[in-house]
Write a protein that binds this ligand. Structure first.
Ligand SMILES: C[S@@+](CC[C@H](N)C(=O)[O-])C[C@H]1O[C@@H](n2cnc3c(N)ncnc32)[C@H](O)[C@@H]1O
Length: 331
């Protein structure tokens, strides 16, 4: 059944009806295999750490229903494995940080590959999610794929000396990189890896732009609904190299560079709100564009003035805190 699901997710062409039905079926199978009681309120409890929120098992499982997200991330990991198998000998080692209860972004791929081809290290902070992970890997006879399964905070996790990781996979984010610790997890893990590692998603870009909330997205031209003005933050292998740490030992707090943008009434006159847009390059040509997923839905900052106003200057700076995200100052 998992092989069938993998084949559908990995197909070149896939219509929206089949995709939604497949994501639903996938989620129902995982709930049944893990004997997941969706009425148990304990599974809805989020964990708050100093650099973001780790969502409860139930909410992490719910992410599967964001069908285009789920499919594109699974497809991205598949393409990365395919590419690495042409280059390297031996198993591809994937470190998956923030697996949720089912390691949903790799599970169908483990039905496609052998243990000699793929090995995984699974990191998850939530105890309930770790218990479900153990259950489902045993149930599916997938323990041979697992190099390690640890209940730890991936923002502080130390990779063993000399351990080679080929793919770093993490989807611990919300739109506009708010609330969850994607930035802290990826920066902590990536700086312990060689430059050859493949990061998935490869690039997360935040843009400042304008939105017209009166138009329904997807039903009229995108230009009527939104316009991106300029990038204000990017999380990728390239930009992480330039992150400056406040302390000289390159640990701890990152001193993100503030970005000031000036927006003019002439450029926003067809729009109603100032917003942050998220675009995600998963791997190669696989992108999640604006409105394709909950992760790329706009984050509205403020209504735009309707009366004649001078230009607006806006300073934005990413910050890591208990509630991470872009801080902004209008002036
Ligand atoms: C948005 S869910 C995604 C679940 C799954 N990877 C998927 O894409 O369907 C993020 C998961 O990351 C976990 N997580 C968040 N912060 C974490 C941290 N600092 N260390 C380890 N896991 C973390 C959460 O507990 C949650 O299970």
């Amino acid at each position: 059944m998992l092989q069938e699901i993998a084949a559908i997710f990995l197909a070149e062409e896939l219509d929206q009806v089949t995709l939604s039905a497949t994501a639903k079926r996938y989620r129902e199978l995982l709930f049944a295999w893990a004997e997941f009681d969706s009425k148990n309120e304990d599974f809805k409890t989020d964990i708050y750490i100093e650099n973001g929120k780790a969502i409860g098992s139930y909410w992490a499982a719910a992410c599967i229903s964001d069908a285009r997200r789920t499919r594109k991330l699974i497809k991205g990991v598949f393409e990365a494995i395919k590419y690495l198998k042409t280059k390297n000998e031996g198993p591809v080692h994937i470190l998956y940080a923030g697996t949720g209860p089912f390691a949903a972004l790799i599970l169908p791929l483990l039905a496609v590959y052998t243990e000699e081809e793929v090995q995984v290290t699974l990191i998850e902070i939530n105890e309930n999610s770790c218990d479900f992970l153990k259950k489902i890997f045993s149930k599916l006879n997938f323990n041979g794929f697992v190099k390690a399964l640890v209940q730890e905070d991936a923002t502080a996790y130390k990779i063993k000396d000399g351990e080679q990781i080929d793919v770093l996979l993490s989807e611990t984010m919300q739109h506009a990189l708010r609330e969850e610790p994607q930035v802290s997890i990826v920066t902590n893990l990536l700086k312990q890896m060689t430059n050859e590692v493949i990061l998935i998603p490869a690039r997360i870009i935040l843009y400042l732009g304008f939105l017209n909330t009166e138009y329904p997205p997807g039903q009229v031209d995108d230009d009527l609904v939104f316009k991106k003005e300029g990038a204000v933050f990017e999380l990728s292998k390239e930009t992480i190299k330039d992150f400056k740490y406040i302390s000289a030992d390159n640990q701890g707090e990152i001193d993100f560079v503030p970005v000031t943008m000036v927006v003019k009434p002439a450029s926003w006159k067809h729009y109603t709100h100032l917003a942050i847009f998220t675009e995600i390059q998963v791997f190669g040509t696989i992108w999640l564009r604006t409105y394709e997923s909950g992760l790329t839905s706009p984050w509205i900052i403020a209504p735009l003035p309707t009366e004649e106003t001078k230009e607006w200057s806006l300073t934005l700076r990413y910050q890591i805190a208990a509630n991470p995200g872009l801080a902004y100052k209008l002036g």
